[in-house]
Design a protein around this ligand. Sequence first.
Ligand SMILES: Cc1cc2nc3c(=O)[nH]c(=O)nc-3n(C[C@H](O)[C@H](O)[C@H](O)COP(=O)(O)OP(=O)(O)OC[C@H]3O[C@@H](n4cnc5c(N)ncnc54)[C@H](O)[C@@H]3O)c2cc1C
Length: 450
Amino acid sequence: MSELLAALATELPADSLVVDPDIVEPYRYDRAMTVRPGRPVAVVRAGSTAEVQAVLRIATRFGAPVVTRGAGTGLSGGSAAVDGCITVSTERMRSLTIDPAGMTATVQPGLLNAEVKAAAREHGLWYPPDPSSFEICSIGGNLATNAGGLCCVKYGVTTDYVLGMEVVLADGRAVRLGGRTVKDVAGYDLKRLFVGSEGTLGVITEATLRLRPLPPPPTTVVATFAKVVDAARAVAAVMAQIRPAALELMDRAAVAAVEQVKPMGLDPSIGVLLLGQSDTGMAEAEVIAAACRDAGATYVALTGDPVEGEMFMAARRMAIPCVERLGTVLIEDVGVPIPRIPDLMAAVEAIALRRDTAIPVIGHAGDGNFHPLVTFDRADPDATARAGVAFDEVMDAALALGGTITGEHGIGTLKVHRLGVQLGDDVLDLTRRVKHALDPLGILNPGKWA
Ligand SMILES: Cc1cc2nc3c(=O)[nH]c(=O)nc-3n(C[C@H](O)[C@H](O)[C@H](O)COP(=O)(O)OP(=O)(O)OC[C@H]3O[C@@H](n4cnc5c(N)ncnc54)[C@H](O)[C@@H]3O)c2cc1C
């Protein structure tokens, strides 16, 4: 046994330390299909903050890399293992306390997003951030990626709900950032630095999250368009007038993929599907419907039935897993300012044509955040190369439109080669200095974005 493993075995309970290669194997991967992960020396299924601290103290002593892992649903290779790392899994850290009067939830990172939502609901409260993966992703992973989702267009993203956090630093110290109050400007807002830091600055071991009253059931607008740019014009028109509770888009190829893999009664011959929701009632839903009609929608319908509305939203949430069944997918996550959505859509269409590669598009349209799904046959080297070029070109198109290479999935391993292009030399240098101040040995998620 290596000295590193011996030190871990000495300080950790036996059931926390996993070295059996068969059990370690699934912890090497996240959902980024093209990322080749390394091999961990061990997985630590930490049961407490104290255990995470022990791991990081030992990692610092040995200079060993540490990869933190929530549920491994990340789409950018952020929790994919690197060679020789200790993978810290938070899956066993699952405590949860709801404070109904203070409207907060204090959670450990291993809980699923859906579990936090369900616990809040028992008190008539709501934890809004709702990535499409909400039933399978951890709240720690959501914090570390600053996850978005369907309702973020109106209710904001994960960081908007974080009041306080406990974080274990690279040297093993545990610090508390922020607190339980809605307003708090004492010192730098360091908790926001850790939100979205993708495991490169510390391990989030607890968070106090803000809850809201449950919203009323939504009214859903379903609209179809012949052309994706028409749908994009409708989105821009809606967003110029109101903040819908959701505004989601699926193009023809994405609808067809859902119908092929998991038939849900959608007509695969329709062009583009736009799904809008309002939780303030019919008047707002009518604004969405009118904007769709004005932009040339071929069909528009409204439903106040929440079950029917949820069926359409479920189809949208199924899109990524369904497209993944049809080939290898490089999942984009670009964002552009709302008025530039039609330009992004046109650019993606042109790239798909130019590179002869299928790129179904889905997206949180109301946020200007889209997931062009660059789909290819990995057994075909030429197709693989073309897909790689298309992937970079979509990012470049978003940047040229004043956008971002990632709106919610993070940089991880997949987009690290384009981070500097977006940030520029000075900001990249600043980023690296922040990283160095917090992780001087560079042991936290090395080779990932910082
Ligand atoms: C079908 C599908 C749909 C999706 N839809 C959305 C969507 O709508 N919106 C969205 O934002 N994302 C979406 N995702 C992506 C993914 O679910 C999110 O990024 C999610 O937040 C990752 O959570 P996780 O627990 O799986 O984290 P992991 O994949 O395990 O980790 C993600 C990153 O966070 C770090 N990390 C995890 N836990 C901690 C911690 N406690 N402390 C420090 N670092 C940590 C990891 O090192 C890694 O860098 C989707 C994924 C799938 C498969």
